[in-house]
Design a protein around this ligand. Structure first.
Ligand code: MN
Length: 322
């Protein structure tokens, strides 16, 4: 399916007045920043628009949502019926989480995943964008005639900084820096945002990372690292699910590691597998075999406990290291 133009996206948004914007499950800074930048922009243009997410905002990212965490459909005003449904940073129906049955009713999807499966009526997918927020920047910039308020600029900056790992990952392009520069001109406080995103972590998150690191297994001469955290581990050590979100980024930093695999038990018997690749191994392709997806260097999938060991073994085999 072809992309519609940024101009058509703006027309579509302006033609409607009751809008909801879906974030993906386990919301990250890109989906949150993209969603709220759009929400604030459309509100300033007189529209009624609400953010929606299947999961609660992790407390480490509530600096982006004025402290609010619950954006479930239940949080919408009674009787609210949208006339336009939008999704941001969502690649597949599964990423709607408990709202996956609504994916087929989405009118407009904006996304930057190469694995995007076309669930919406119309879409704008640009895999060359480091973050979905690069696309949203183009939309709000046009809607606001280049006059982006500081709060919106800060949201977009946080989204881009997060998805590029602080402008360190291979997805960072000259255009990414151009957008980031513009957002700083509009007043985004980059030092404060990077502090919130990268420099500051809860004690429980650091403890979860230490626990995970002390339990890793290496494969293929240290090119692959794997660890898991079960619900029993979380209960025993007092970790919340969100305390484990950065474990994958900790274990992948070990010298010599090319591919990192982390499994966390989200619900009894249900595991979320996160993968990272720092080489030509395309983890999105590998994860898509299990109904997941993502980017070549960062992807995930969900499996049952019975499937877990087999899935991890298959991921290791698919890397085809000696
Ligand atoms: Mn993203």
């Amino acid at each position: 399916m072809n992309n519609i133009s940024i101009n058509s996206i703006c027309k579509m948004l302006m033609k409607h007045s009751r809008i909801i914007v879906f974030m993906h499950e386990n919301p990250d800074a890109d989906t949150i920043g993209s969603c709220f930048a759009l929400v604030y922009t459309m509100r300033s243009l007189g529209k009624t628009i609400f953010p929606v997410c299947a999961d609660k905002i992790p407390s480490s990212l509530t600096f982006m949502t004025d402290g609010e965490r619950d954006f479930s459909l239940d949080s919408l005003p009674d009787g609210f019926e949208p006339d336009l449904r939008v999704s941001v940073d969502i690649a597949s129906p599964g990423q709607f989480g408990k709202y996956k049955d609504l994916a087929g009713r989405v009118d407009l999807a904006m996304d930057h995943h190469a694995t995007h499966d076309s669930f919406a009526s119309v879409q704008y997918v640009d895999a060359a964008s480091s973050a979905c927020a690069e696309i949203i920047y183009r939309v709000v910039n046009r809607l606001l005639y280049g006059d982006i308020p500081q709060k919106t600029a800060a949201l977009l900056y946080a989204a881009i900084a997060a998805d590029t790992g602080g402008f360190r990952y291979a997805n960072t392009t000259p255009y990414t820096y151009k957008v980031a520069a513009k957002l700083i001109e509009y007043g985004a406080d980059h030092a404060e945002i990077c502090h919130n995103l990268f420099e500051c972590k809860s004690k429980a998150a650091i403890a979860a990372e230490a626990f995970a690191m002390s339990n890793v297994t290496y494969f293929c001469g240290g090119k692959i690292v794997y660890t898991k955290i079960t619900l029993a581990d979380k209960a025993e050590h007092g970790f919340e699910d969100e305390d484990t979100y950065d474990v994958i980024n900790t274990i992948r930093r070990v010298d010599g590691v090319k591919v990192a695999i982390f499994a966390r038990e989200r619900e009894p018997g249900q595991y979320k597998i996160s993968t990272r690749s720092a080489c030509e191994v395309d983890v999105a392709k590998i994860c898509s075999a299990f109904g997941g997806g993502g980017h070549p260097g960062a992807a995930g999938c969900s499996v049952s406990e019975a499937e877990l060991d087999g899935a991890v073994k298959r991921i290791i085999d698919e890397c085809r290291f000696e």
